[in-house]
Design a protein around this ligand. Structure first.
Ligand code: UDP
Length: 313
């Protein structure tokens, strides 16, 4: 047990954090989960509590972070991640990406740990380059409603790269595109949980704008594999991880209606401010450097996710 690698995962009770906890437990790591439970849910990790190799700290990483003993890796996944969350808690969103990242970088230095941050396709804003490659610098409105998330994540990348350059810290940056799967919050306001919830409860499906905006949805299992490979690589530059199969939001809503067999009808609501018009990752870098590409088709992934939502709705 003493020679087990230890990994600290912040945002452990969230959608992605909890899947990462599962993965690293199954890889034989000792996992230390941390979460302030503002948007996370202990139900996502309660199955891990009986395990000797899992420990949980209820802690806000914007405050000084202390973890006793050995820490070999840190994954910083704590952050509100859905547009309605960061509208409700904009200051916390800014703080967890900035102050939280600074605290964890300090911890990584003290522990001599490898540090990986969850960045996002939002660093590209409403992109003028399509598909998005990692060398595109983005088109972000810093003072718009999404600015609190986008700029926190951009700052997070900047400070992480600075610690790499000036302190020689081993760092990794994953830019995560739209991801879905079990353990998404039913009420997090994002397109997939909203559409599935509406379809399963017979409510109208709310498509924002005319539904011609595009996204590219990656199944969570594929994303976790990409993150695992990136962490184990020696590559410090940002890497897009996402599924490059692009779909309009209107088509996506129609797919959910068809899959659920729902009688719900699609209605149209105003498009939120600064809602990106198109988004699709260029994953050439992930393919070349990590040998990674997504394996789970949307139809397969949506079926698994629907079973999850059926059970909790
Ligand atoms: N969207 C929608 N109806 C909803 C929720 C979201 O039409 O009930 C749209 C949203 O405007 C955006 C897309 O679906 O264009 C994806 O939104 P989401 O919040 O899932 O993630 P984003 O990629 O915008 O961060």
């Amino acid at each position: 047990m003493a020679d087990k690698k230890t990994i600290l995962i912040t945002g452990a009770a969230g959608f992605l954090g909890s899947h990462l906890c599962d993965r690293f437990i199954s890889e034989g790591f000792k996992v230390v989960g941390m979460d302030n439970l503002i948007t996370g849910n202990l139900k996502n990790i309660e199955h891990l509590f009986p395990l000797a190799d899992f420990e949980f700290y209820h802690h806000d990483v914007t405050k000084f972070v202390h973890v006793p003993g050995r820490v070999d890796y840190i994954l910083h996944f704590a952050s509100p991640a859905s547009p309605i969350d960061y509208l409700k808690i904009p200051i916390q969103t800014l703080k967890v990406g900035s102050l939280g990242t600074h605290n964890l970088l300090g911890l990584a230095r003290v522990k001599n740990a490898r540090f990986l941050i969850a960045s996002t396709s939002e660093v590209y804003g409403d992109p003028l380059v399509h598909p998005q490659t990692e060398d595109y610098w983005g088109n972000v409105n810093p003072i718009g409603p999404r600015g609190v998330y986008d700029e926190a994540k951009r700052f997070q990348e900047a400070i992480t790269m600075a610690y790499h350059t000036y302190h020689g810290l081993e760092t990794r940056i994953v830019r995560i595109f739209n991801t879905y799967g079990p353990r998404m919050r039913l009420d997090d306001g994002r397109a997939l949980p909203a559409f599935m919830h509406q379809a399963l409860t017979g409510q109208d499906i709310t498509v924002f704008g005319d539904g011609s905006q595009t996204r590219s949805f990656c199944y969570v299992g594929d994303l976790v594999e990409g993150i695992y490979r990136l962490l184990m690589s020696d590559y410090p530059q940002p890497v897009n991880i996402g599924n490059p199969v692009e779909i309009t939001i209107k088509e996506f809503a129609e797919e959910v209606v068809a899959l659920t067999g729902s009688k719900s009808k699609i209605i149209y609501k105003p498009l939120p401010t600064d809602d990106p018009k198109q988004r699709k990752p260029d994953i050439t870098r992930a393919k070349n450097i990590l040998g990674w590409e997504p394996k789970v088709s949307r139809s397969e992934g949506l079926k698994i996710t629907l079973d999850y939502f059926k059970a909790i709705v």
